[in-house]
Structure formats: structure tokens, C-alpha cells
Design a protein around this ligand. Structure first.
Ligand SMILES: [Zn+2]
Ligand SMILES: [Zn+2]
Length: 231
């Protein structure tokens, strides 16, 4: 708690009407000034299956052609590079929950119909959520609420097992690490979107998609703010 307060003080207080990135005043666009906004990198022609950037539009990458992902569609706003990575890091580790609202709003720009019946933020284990004070995926979901009629359901999914950090694990190890880590209440939806901050190997989304499909969900989409660029 004290550590969090100190890091917040070191980076200076944030005033309403200041850009979250450059701290210049910005009256016109809340949260992000127009200059920082123009400089944000995007993903060129993302693969509809895994959001890997390609050189042509609406094409599936070789990997998705060979082995289609378990979900129907993936939507990702940006590569996991600066300044996106900084916004996400500060959201997760420095208590900057306002970044979640901004990131959700930016993600909303690359989404489109057909809309899911509910958006399901990827849950944290209760202990980690307690220590952090919030779930970053819930904060990003707040930013999606500008899309009219979109329902956010953060009660359906639960993380029942705390898993060790995934950072240094291979794709296979991540899948094994996550097996049985989540549980779902009886699902009333047929079309849902899973929501997370960053996609790395997609192991979490694979596990959750299988869980939802077993509950009778017909269409699962994966939404995330960023993805890493290793394939
Ligand atoms: Zn700015
Ligand atoms: Zn792909």
C-alpha cells in the first residue's frame, strides 16, 4: 500500500484534463491528447484468428490455417510495444486504474458487430485481486461501456487456482500450468467475448474457450488491448 502510494507520488499527481501519457493539458480529448493519440502504433491487417499483423487484409496466417484456434474471432487493438506496454504496466502494477478506461475506449474502436451477448473479463485469483485491489480486465471493461447495450459479466468466470507466473514458461508449459485453473457458473449466453489486457501465447484464452464451449457456448470471441509480436 505504502509502496503504491510512493510510486504514485514519484510519477507526480495526475490532474483531470491532463494527457495520461505526456501530462500536457488536453481539454479536447479526455485522457489522451491528440498528439499522443496520433502516435499510437496499431496492428496492420491483423489475422482474424490470432491478430498477428499480416501484409493483406482479411487473410488468416499460416498457423491459423494449419491449426484453427478454438475461438471464432480475435480482436486486438495494438502491438505490445511502447507506449501501450507502459499504459498496461502502470494499470497493473502502479494502481493507474484510469488507464483501463482509456485502453478499453481505444479497444472499442476496433470492435464491430455481430455483438456478443456478454463480455467476460478474464478473472484474477481472489488473493491476487485482493492484493492489487482490482482486476485490470474489469477496468478495461469500463472503457468498453461507451458501446451501447454491451453487457459486462464479471461473475460468470472464476479463477479457482492461483497459478505461478507464466512469464518464463513455454506454450506447452503454460497450457499445463492453467489446466483446471478456471471455473464457470452455468452460462446463459450463446455468444460471448473474453476480455484481457495482453495476449502472449493465448494459453489462458484457449483454456477459457474450452471451458465455455463445454458449457454450450456456441461462439467465443477473444478481445484484448495488445498482443506480443512473437508468433
Ligand atoms: Zn499526450
Ligand atoms: Zn492467425
Amino acid at each position: 500500500m505504502i509502496k503504491r502510494l510512493l510510486t504514485r507520488l514519484q510519477s507526480g499527481p495526475l490532474w483531470w484534463g491532463q494527457c495520461l501519457l505526456c501530462r500536457q493539458n488536453c481539454q479536447h480529448a479526455p485522457l489522451l491528447c491528440e498528439y499522443c493519440r496520433q502516435d499510437l502504433p496499431s496492428l496492420a491487417f491483423p489475422c482474424p484468428g490470432c491478430a498477428f499483423p499480416l501484409s493483406v487484409a482479411d487473410a488468416h496466417c499460416g498457423r491459423c490455417q494449419k491449426q484453427p484456434p478454438p475461438w471464432q474471432r480475435m480482436r486486438v487493438r495494438a502491438p505490445f510495444t511502447e507506449p501501450w506496454s507502459r499504459l498496461i504496466h502502470d494499470l497493473k502494477y502502479h494502481g493507474r486504474t484510469l488507464n483501463g478506461r482509456l485502453l478499453g475506449g481505444l479497444l472499442a474502436e476496433c470492435l464491430g458487430p455481430p455483438w456478443p451477448e456478454a463480455v467476460l473479463p478474464v478473472p484474477l485469483h481472489w488473493w491476487r485481486r485482493l492484493r492489487r485491489g482490482y482486476n485490470q480486465a474489469d477496468e478495461i471493461a469500463r472503457g468498453l461501456q461507451q458501446l451501447p447495450g454491451l453487457k459486462i459479466d464479471n461473475r460468470l468466470l472464476r479463477r479457482i487456482r492461483s497459478t505461478p507466473s507464466q512469464t518464463h514458461l513455454s506454450r506447452m508449459e503454460r497450457r499445463r500450468n492453467l489446466h483446471g485453473a478456471f471455473a464457470a457458473a452455468p452460462c446463459p449466453y450463446r455468444h460471448v467475448a473474453l476480455l484481457d489486457d495482453v495476449i502472449t501465447t493465448g494459453a489462458t484464452m484457449t483454456e477459457l474457450t474450452h471451458l465455455l464451449r463445454a458449457q454450450g457456448v456456441e461462439r467465443v470471441e477473444v478481445w484484448a488491448v495488445c498482443r506480443t509480436l512473437e508468433h
